[in-house]
Design a protein around this ligand. Structure first.
Ligand SMILES: [Zn+2]
Length: 190
């Protein structure tokens, strides 16, 4: 494939790996070590509102197609159950900066904390690590190059793709559809 066709493939791709601006992310996560990342992963529950109860991946949620259709708004159904992709820049969660938890919109499993989020410039909510055990991964070949798709460990819902061009020290970029997420602010407001 020549360069022009490759670029064309990128621009028409549903979830193109639009290059993000590394220095933006680096500025936000400057000085973090893997020890800090471990701490972020271990302390994720401190981002929950007081007294909140959340499900765990040990209690799987399995529903029929019809049950999912009833439970989810059409856009969330399309992404979570049919591996669709929302339009870049369309999610209000791109601008969400409050402290809290990002849970799966399908089943409520906590998947990220606000401290794991960074501005990637791609138009999709992006994270440099996850709550441990939240996701399972598989390779897909939908585009011209293999990508790693990830889905919720509890309900199997599709969330996005993980790339290796994220900020150090993890160098991970979890590019997540906003409609697959539900934000739970730590202060308990809606
Ligand atoms: Zn889920």
């Amino acid at each position: 494939m020549d360069r022009r066709r490759f670029l064309l493939a990128l621009t028409t791709a549903p979830l193109a790996s639009i290059p993000f601006v590394p220095f933006v992310a680096h500025a936000q996560t400057k000085g973090r070590t893997m020890k800090d990342i471990d701490a972020l992963q271990k302390n994720w529950k401190t981002f929950l509102p007081a007294g909140a109860t959340v499900p765990t991946a040990a209690e799987p949620l399995k529903l029929s197609k019809d049950e999912w259709k009833k439970r989810l708004p059409p856009q969330s159904y399309n992404v979570l159950r049919d591996e669709g992709t929302e339009r870049a820049g369309s999610s209000p969660l791109n601008d969400e900066k409050r402290a809290g938890i990002y849970a799966c919109a399908g089943c409520g499993l906590p998947v990220f904390t606000s401290e794991m989020k960074f501005e990637s410039g791609t138009g999709w909510p992006s994270f440099f690590t996850t709550i441990p055990g939240a996701f399972e991964q598989k390779k897909d070949f939908y585009l011209v190059f293999p990508r790693t798709e990830y889905h919720c460990k509890r309900c199997g819902g599709h969330h996005g793709h993980v790339f290796d061009d994220g900020p150090p020290p993890t160098n991970q970029r979890w590019c997540n559809n906003g409609v697959s997420l539900k934000f739970i602010p730590k202060d308990g407001t809606a």
